[in-house]
Design a protein. Sequence first.
Length: 240
Amino acid sequence: MPALAENYTVIAPDMRGLGDSEKTPGGYDAPTLAEDIFALVHALGFQQVSLVGHDVGVSVAYAYAAQHREDVRSLVLLDIPIEGFGREEFSKQRGIWLFGFFQVPGLAEALVEGRERLFLQWSFSRGILQKDAFTPEDIDEYVRCYSAPDALRPGFEYFRAVPANVQRFQEYAKHKLRIPTLGLGGEYSGGAWPFFSLAQLAENPAGGIIPQCGHFVVEEQPEALIQRLNAFFSELPATK
């Protein structure tokens, strides 16, 4: 964020239910989450933005871009394809069974509660190539957040909203995005799958692969990602 902030204003909030944000009873579908971010952006006094989403954030970023087309300059998806447009095939090819586990109401919370550190460390070790990308302090912060009262449920609710997201995204896809879009994946994780999604959803998709990188693109290859983002943003038309 400091590197990008040299040229841009960076807004990076904890989405609904994550980190220290409010654990609401519902509202974890991507369109609702996108409205949260849209309201924040406008409350801060901004109109047009470029969106960058990673993991479940790709769904929120796409929903934002599809719902507020005149207010989005560009869209970047990192490492995960969008549900309904490659997510299912990607999960099957990569053997990602966790998505199904997370969607069972109440079960994931019951099994993980009290074992947050064990679960998070296992999750990070499975999806990462650069083993030192997460420091012990990073892990402690994740454990702190997910050990808070009712903190696990919102995290799993993101995955339980997938069927609703697919239905809405099928509607959005009837009108392709006209803004510049970029899909980047880690060489040993998402690869070209984000671009595969955008090729179905946008008129001007571009894509690329971050070498020597697993799922956690931001933590594993920050310099490579910053270079890609700066190059992409620098080619955008001037703000209206």
